[in-house]
Design a protein around this ligand. Structure first.
Ligand code: URA
Length: 232
């Protein structure tokens, strides 16, 4: 991994700030000052920022199959936080990469790596999310076309970005979107005078919900899943 990216990963600072600390000779690799942001860091190297070792604590990455009536927030409010399902010794520092509504179930990604979750949540990265939705009313005939062209959400200036709708039946669909506006899927169907009765997230980018995970269960991400979010 490039040294500037390595620093961002382990400190949460921006790429520009990482370059700045390198320029200011604040970073050593195996005790030698390195200023080159593109220097390749390997697993066996000791990287220090102002004498503080980086990388001693590896970032953590998990997927969880969210239960309905749980909150994608790290603070417990009316409903329990999804993190309360994770019997980890230390959930401090973990955050959710792309929240779901209280009543939505399915794939939630959890990490303490801010740069990694940025790849998923930043509108600029246009990360695809796939949802299965069950609807109150039969879908209109041209729903696929409307979603491909973009629909007008209430209180938004612009049309939604092109989305892919797959019809399983007239009231069950798969919808892939690359945006993450507030209540986006529910609002997209509301724009068609329909209503989402149940919503389940199946995939984020290339990471699919593991079918072996029962509701409320979680597991660590594999290296392939972790690496998949970095754009090639
Ligand atoms: N869109 C919604 O409307 N709700 C969610 O939880 C996720 C996407």
């Amino acid at each position: 991994m490039r040294l500037d990216k390595f620093i961002c990963h382990h400190t949460g600072i921006s790429r520009a700030d990482a370059k700045r600390v390198l320029k200011q000779e604040m970073v050593t690799v195996d005790e030698a000052v390195i200023k080159d942001p593109g220097f390749k860091v390997t697993d066996d190297m000791d990287v220090e920022l102002e004498g503080r070792p980086l990388g001693a604590v590896k970032p953590r990455y998990f997927m969880l199959n969210k239960v309905a009536n749980t909150l994608c927030s790290t603070i417990d409010e009316e409903y329990p936080s999804v993190l309360s399902y994770m019997d980890l010794p230390n959930t401090k520092g973990l955050h959710i990469a792309g929240r779901l509504d209280v009543d939505t179930t399915g794939l939630v990604l959890i990490t303490d790596d801010g740069q990694w979750s940025h790849q998923i949540t930043s509108p600029k990265k246009a990360c695809m999310k796939r949802y299965r939705a069950w609807l109150a009313e039969p879908l209109v005939a041209d729903a696929e076309k409307q979603f491909a062209e973009g629909v007008q959400l209430h209180n938004e200036l612009e049309l939604t970005k092109p989305a892919i709708l797959e019809r399983i039946s007239d009231t069950e669909v798969l919808l892939s979107i690359s945006e993450g506006k507030y209540h986006q899927v529910k609002r997209m169907f509301a724009a068609m005078d329909n209503k989402v009765m149940q919503l389940h997230r199946e995939q984020i980018g290339e990471i699919a919900l593991d079918p072996d995970l029962e509701e409320g269960e979680w597991r660590e991400l594999t290296d392939a899943e972790i690496n998949s979010v970095w754009q090639k």
